[in-house]
Design a protein around this ligand. Sequence first.
Ligand SMILES: CC(C)(COP(=O)(O)OP(=O)(O)OC[C@H]1O[C@@H](n2cnc3c(N)ncnc32)[C@H](O)[C@@H]1OP(=O)(O)O)[C@@H](O)C(=O)NCCC(=O)NCCS
Length: 140
Amino acid sequence: MDSLYVLHAGPPSVDDFLRLRRDSGLSERSRHGAELGIDGAWAAVHVTDRRTGGTVGMGRVIGDGGTYFHITDMAVLPEHQRRGIGDEILRALLATVYAAAGEDAYVNLLGDAPGVRLYARHGFVESAPGSIGMHRLPPP
Ligand SMILES: CC(C)(COP(=O)(O)OP(=O)(O)OC[C@H]1O[C@@H](n2cnc3c(N)ncnc32)[C@H](O)[C@@H]1OP(=O)(O)O)[C@@H](O)C(=O)NCCC(=O)NCCS
């Protein structure tokens, strides 16, 4: 990652969480949900731009701390993408998981297209056909 950027342990603010999801093209989350959940991740990191102090990237891990970990909210603002920030975020989250739980920890994610190559570089493989990723959408 470029030295213009600084990686911090911990989640972004609620405002930054909502902005980063929206402006990077991820589905939007409610403010209510973000306020309830922002401190609920097992681990989180965010990245700031030294020039402005603004938050430009984030990633979080939901997990039980020992056996099962789910990577979420990987987002880098478009104007800061392709500079190694996503790589640094994922590297930090995975290092935290394996340092705490050991190499047999189970780590998964639902990969959107922009992140698939990044995840593959970090050892993720498609779970199908052995297991099919499924999610439940909110009622209309
Ligand atoms: C997925 C995402 C988080 C990746 O963030 P990023 O900061 O762009 O990631 P990186 O810079 O580490 O890697 C992205 C690409 O830039 C390349 N790159 C890294 N540093 C570079 C540099 N200095 N110059 C040129 N290319 C560079 C990487 O090799 C990689 O290339 P590839 O994808 O073709 O293999 C970001 O694209 C994003 O927020 N997308 C929208 C939201 C999203 O879909 N999130 C994933 C949900 S699962």
